[in-house]
Write a protein that binds this ligand. Structure first.
Ligand code: SF4
Length: 441
């Protein structure tokens, strides 16, 4: 059984409220942190090996150490709660059931970074959660853990919750900052990076909800102890939101030493494939990461078991591996049509492109149109090559990662399931009534 650090108290009734959270030992990590110096906290976070839980997996301590500290200029912590990646809903769970864990993590992180005004930018569709967060902020303030002169330390902190307008692109950190400033959420050209010029051109750290929540157990048990959980550079625990054709969709906390096979088939996690069907493929890190067929998902090309961690999932690069990403684990059974699935994703990225760069604005539209044609049985063989060509021209040629996020699912689908694309072209009649999965798998 995986060790629980973030969700260990999630089952306790009333844990959403300050009184219950405090009774379970809540805010003791904050009390400990406020007796440390900001540099000591930074060293603990670095020692923990914590990697950003939003998708990129960049070391959090290193990110914090890049924060510029010019004299007299305010700094900010912004929590990225714009969790819009299809298949990803773990931050929603944390905010809905353990809001004080996030507030406590923000208190420790803000103190470490020197932010007296911090923000939670939350996706508009999570319409009921801002009230939960604002209630928790008020409770923490009433108990002296927010506001002026917190616990007599002289440190002040206000936290504000900002609702997003429903654009996926606002999950990209610079688009988020634009939106937070009241502008259209267009990604910025980098450099300068937010650590130097972020919110209102002030040094800013933008971190995912889960990353900030993880700071609480890191201070609680120390960075060195946190680093002992997990394996290699995949330290600590990771929240995975599992969905698709499985028996037990939900949010699970894993310690990154379990195999993918165990995660899918064990009753402790996904509980196997629904209706006893066979596993066809999986996207383990949210819709932007490459899809992997079952044979490469459970084992690497060397025949080693594949593990639920950053390194093992990526083993072999995109040719045979994928990415941990945001931890949005989407399972597809034998009946799922890969072309239709890829088309649905292409439509999403086309809709969500902000339109600033030509390869993304035009390319996502072309990919969607071609996929739609193939899926309807109206495609030609050369369309598959054209699709491949378009995704190649998007990847790496755009301002922000949405371009790559749109290209990778198409590339992986063609790389691993080209026969299924060809089946749609060769069987125009059948492709309107059934799918390759049903006919040939
Ligand atoms: Fe906008 Fe797409 Fe360019 Fe990102 S890659 S800036 S979403 S057009």
């Amino acid at each position: 059984m995986s060790k629980k650090l973030l969700l260990k108290d999630a089952h306790i009734e009333g844990i959403r409220y300050f009184e219950t959270y405090r009774k379970q030992g809540g805010y003791t990590a904050a009390e400990k942190a406020l007796k440390m110096t900001p540099d000591e906290i930074l060293e603990e976070v670095k020692a923990s090996g914590l990697r950003g839980r939003g998708g990129a997996g960049f070391p959090t301590g290193m990110k914090w150490s890049f924060l510029a500290k010019p004299e007299g200029v305010p700094r900010h912590l912004v929590v990225n709660a714009d969790e819009s990646e299809p298949g990803t809903f773990k931050d929603r769970y944390l905010m809905e059931f353990l809001p004080h864990l996030l507030i406590e993590g923000m208190l420790i992180s803000s103190y470490c970074l020197g932010s007296n005004t911090s923000y939670i930018y939350i996706r508009g569709e999570y319409s009921w959660i801002p009230d939960i967060l604002e209630e928790a902020i008020e409770e923490a303030k009433a108990a002296g853990f927010l506001g002026k002169n917190i616990l007599g330390t002289g440190f002040d902190l206000e936290i504000y919750v900002q609702r997003g307008g429903g654009a996926y692109i606002c999950g990209e950190e610079t688009a988020l900052l634009e939106s937070l400033e009241g502008k259209r959420g267009n990604p910025r050209l980098k450099p300068p990076f937010p650590a130097v010029k972020g919110l209102w051109e002030r040094p800013t750290v933008v971190n995912n909800v889960e990353s900030i929540a993880a700071v609480v157990p890191i201070i609680d048990i120390t960075g060195a102890e946190y680093a002992k959980i997990g394996v290699g550079r995949s330290t600590g625990t990771k929240l995975i939101s599992a969905c698709g054709n499985i028996n037990k969709p939900g949010v699970y906390e894993i310690d990154m030493t379990i195999t993918v096979e165990e995660f899918i088939y064990s009753d402790e996690y996904c509980g196997g494939i629904k209706d006893g069907k066979r596993l066809k493929a999986c996207i383990p890190g949210g819709s932007s990461v490459p899809i992997v067929p079952a044979n490469l998902l459970l084992r690497t090309v060397n025949g080693e078991p594949r593990y639920m961690n950053y390194e093992s999932l990526a083993d072999g690069g995109f040719a045979t591996g994928t990415m941990m990403g945001s931890g949005g684990f989407i399972v597809l059974d034998e009946d799922q049509c890969i072309v239709e699935h890829t088309m649905t994703l292409a439509r999403f990225y086309n809709h969500e492109s902000c339109g600033q760069c030509t390869p993304c604005r035009e390319g996502t539209g072309w990919m969607y149109k071609i996929l739609k044609k193939i899926e309807k049985g109206e495609g030609k063989m050369e369309d598959i090559d054209l699709l491949w060509d378009i995704q190649r021209k998007i990847e790496g040629n755009t301002i922000c990662p949405l371009g790559d996020a749109a290209a990778w699912p198409v590339a992986a689908a063609i790389r691993h399931f080209r026969d299924e694309f060809e089946w749609h072209v060769k069987n125009p009649e059948l492709s309107q009534t059934q799918n390759y999965g049903l006919a040939h798998y």
